[in-house]
Design a protein around this ligand. Structure first.
Ligand SMILES: [Zn+2]
Length: 246
């Protein structure tokens, strides 16, 4: 195995059929969760039940967050509480600086910054008490033996598309974005990439159908609406439990 990509969730922000979009990327020396959606523990357990070893919150030592919308970070509190108070092993949280800048104050602090101990004393905690915080710089970043590069997308708030590489194999992920041919060209430098599609300011399926068929053949859809017909989709859909070996 050089690079393995497993599909944890494929749904959009409003799904009642799927888990929210989430991926598990593994190389011989790293296991990286891309985004941490709500119901994360159950999503990981279900993925493990679909093949491979049992997966739990303890299996995740690295999380890369693409952006701060709830369907992408709503499970982070669960992961960080579990790791601090139950198994006491910190994990690492990686994201671009613009995402990290808001992570604690706008998503986590209200629930996580005060701890009441058994003696009745309150303690103040910071994000660094829960996680090793690792900003993704410009250029190449290393997570274990994985190389990670990113590119901004067209979304409401700072968001990064990703390419992860190991041993000559590269996987790409659009994250949330409006249609951007330059982003598609950047992703097309991967053997395989997942691209979002949805309504509103997301990427319309019709736009992706204008992409060169040779590139489209290496694209799989994710973050599609519940109403999207997976069977017979003009671009193949990622499905929960899928595993891509690159
Ligand atoms: Zn979003």
């Amino acid at each position: 195995m050089t690079l393995s990509v497993r599909v944890v969730g494929v749904g959009d922000a409003f799904t009642d059929r799927y888990y929210n979009a989430c991926l598990l990327v593994e190389s011989p020396g790293a296991r990286v969760l891309i985004d941490a959606p709500p119901a994360l523990a159950r999503a990981l357990r279900d993925l493990g039940d679909r093949g491979g070893p049992t997966l739990s919150l303890d299996a995740i030592d690295h999380v890369v967050l693409t952006h701060l919308h709830g369907d992408h970070v709503g499970g982070l509190e669960q992961l960080l509480f579990w790791r601090r108070f139950v198994t006491r092993r910190k994990c690492s949280v990686h994201a671009i600086p613009e995402v990290l800048a808001g992570l604690w104050d706008t998503r986590l602090r209200g629930a996580m910054d005060t701890l009441l101990d058994a003696q009745g004393t309150f303690h103040k905690l910071t994000l660094e008490d829960y996680a090793d915080v690792r900003p993704l710089g410009y250029g190449e970043n290393s997570i274990g033996d994985l190389s990670v590069v990113w590119r901004p997308t067209r979304h409401h708030i700072p968001t990064s598309a990703l390419r992860l590489s190991h041993g000559g194999a590269t996987f790409g992920y659009s994250a949330d974005t409006a249609f951007d041919p330059h982003l598609v060209a950047w992703l097309a430098e991967s053997e395989l990439f997942l691209h979002e599609t949805n309504l509103g300011v997301h990427t319309p399926l019709a736009s992706l159908l204008t992409v060169d068929p040779a590139v489209r053949a290496r694209m799989r859809l994710i973050h599609y609406p519940d109403t999207h017909a997976v069977e017979g989709s003009p671009i193949a859909c990622a499905r929960e439990g899928d595993r891509y070996e690159l």
